[in-house]
Design a protein. Structure first.
Length: 515
């Protein structure tokens, strides 16, 4: 694999002068241009899939396919022209507020954008759709091409709204159990809203493909993230209910970080049902992700080998693995990952293999030449307290100082014990008493000179911010709301940021990650 340096910034965190209080699809290219000044030829984002109202976690999407319309750049939607002109005075004040906010205000941003997108759709419906224009035909082509997932998603969204977002297993029986006559009747009744949703997805995917072209022209890869599973309240579980187990919930067994284990409350796959369908849903999901990204991370990769499931209403101590035997787990995981890698080609897969991972999983990843993660503060002998140095890592791996679920190393450093800082100082080739700027440079140097083909830094680490994207096991306004402190146009002009980017560019060149 080619040696690359990359940066992790969630799509919702991107910020330009065009943004409406949240990152937009159109922000991908200018952000990539800025990252190139630091020698970074890859941008990693978190899942961009459509969320339900009130949800902020990108891992809680209501679809494994549809892009969240909140990421649409309304100025790039032709209908009715300037989107800001469609706001009333209160709307313009609200737009100014969310643009200046240090955090994403999902509810406010979603309300603003949905209101304008609805006006644009109404204009499109009257002037394009009903008249059968070329643009109207483009939408028809999109609907037909993406019918396998978009029909179910659009109907699911419309039904949720018609039932005031009640859980789908509380809907009337015909809708809950997908009776063809009941769904046909509701599809006709809700046709305007269904078409409006399809219009939004069309716009989102058009803008996404435009951004992909721009990134390719820059020579910057886009790396995405595929959650292991979708939530129960999703179009996918509703439309493929027979492929998910109803008797258990997914979680994680006890480990050093969670001695009692974890019950995530997520549905588990019914592998027998999926096998009977030749893994149709999983294959479709993988192929769709391959259209969106150059490479993507498989979240919770151990789950493809074995799921830890707990009986509903049962204590986590009753949890078991599915498959139950190690031989079954090895066969299952290797088969699934090989199939997914084949279906994703030419996009590349990266395995999120953090936490308590059996040796046979790592052996499989090596055999499949699928990169796993090497988070430097966790790469140590926990008995002898000796750290591995990045030049010992496998070439086929992803090295980083942190992840979106940890603090950036720039602030995490101060939370470490004294012996940890001493050990990591040795890894970074700096003194434990080094000044902050010297420490930053040493940390970045040791990372970019790692043996790993791909290295990732957080945007907050470039900017030396003390801010987290997410704190696992917590729910609050600080999670999933991080925004870059300034629009990238302003970051490009900031002399301190420019100095850091210049240092990163020099390190990228000296480590062979850019010419």
């Amino acid at each position: 694999m080619t040696r690359l340096a990359g940066c992790t910034i969630p799509l919702f965190s991107l910020r330009t002068h065009r943004s409406w209080g949240i990152g937009q699809i159109s922000d991908l290219v200018p952000t990539a241009k800025w990252l190139l000044t630091g020698g970074m030829r890859l941008l990693q984002i978190l899942p961009p899939y459509e969320l339900c109202e009130g949800e902020t976690s990108p891992y809680g999407a209501r679809t494994a396919f549809g892009i969240d319309p909140v990421y649409i750049d309304l100025a790039d939607v032709e209908d009715l022209g300037d989107p800001e002109a469609l706001l009333d005075e209160a709307g313009r004040r609200e737009l100014a507020r969310v643009r200046d906010a240090s955090r994403v205000d999902y509810a406010a941003v979603r309300a603003l954008k949905a209101g304008v997108l609805r006006q644009k759709f109404a204009h499109f419906y009257e002037h394009e759709w009903l008249r059968g224009t070329a643009r109207g035909q483009e939408l028809r082509t999109f609907i037909e091409r993406e019918r396998d997932w978009e029909d179910d998603l659009a109907l699911y969204v419309a039904l949720r709204e018609s039932h005031q977002q009640h859980a789908w297993d509380l809907w009337p029986e015909g809708e809950r159990n997908r009776d063809p006559e009941a769904l046909a009747a509701k599809s006709q009744q809700l046709a305007p809203r269904i078409l409006e949703h399809q219009y939004g997805q069309w716009m989102a995917h058009r803008q996404w493909q435009r951004a992909r072209v721009g990134l390719t022209e820059l020579g910057v890869e886009l790396m995405g993230d595929l959650p292991f599973v979708v939530g129960h309240e999703s179009a996918d579980v509703w439309s493929h209910a027979h492929q998910f187990r109803k008797d258990v919930t997914l979680g994680a067994p006890p480990d050093a970080f969670s001695p009692e284990g974890q019950d995530w409350g997520l549905p588990a796959y019914d592998w027998a049902a999926m096998d009977a369908d030749d893994l149709g849903w999983l294959v479709a999901r993988t192929r769709h992700a391959a259209k969106l990204y150059d490479r993507f991370r498989l979240d919770h990769v151990v789950g493809y080998f074995r799921m830890f499931v707990t009986p509903k209403q049962g204590h986590i101590s009753k949890g078991t693995f599915d498959p139950a035997t190690e031989a079954g787990q090895i066969e299952r995981g290797r088969g699934l990952l090989r199939r997914m890698a084949d279906e994703a080609h030419p996009a590349k897969l990266i395995a999120e293999d953090l936490g308590k991972i059996p040796d046979f999983v790592r052996e499989a990843l090596r055999d499949l030449e699928m990169p796993g993660y090497r988070v430097i503060p966790w790469e140590r002998d926990y008995v002898r307290h000796v750290y591995r140095t990045p030049d010992e890592f496998q070439e086929v791996s992803v090295a980083s100082w942190s992840t979106h679920d940890t603090a950036p190393i720039t602030s995490w450093w101060n939370e470490l014990q004294a012996w940890e800082r001493e050990g990591l100082s040795e890894v970074a080739g700096i003194k434990p008493t080094a000044r902050e700027d010297e420490r930053w440079l040493g940390l970045m140097r040791s990372l970019l000179h790692a043996r790993s083909d791909l290295t990732l830094v957080l945007g907050a680490e470039i900017l030396n911010e003390d801010v987290r994207i997410n704190t696992p096991g917590t729910v609050g306004p600080e999670n999933w709301t991080y925004r870059l402190p300034k629009p990238v146009e302003d970051l490009e002009r900031d002399p301190i940021v420019g100095s850091r980017m210049g240092a990163l560019l020099a390190l990228a060149k000296s480590s062979g990650r850019i010419e």
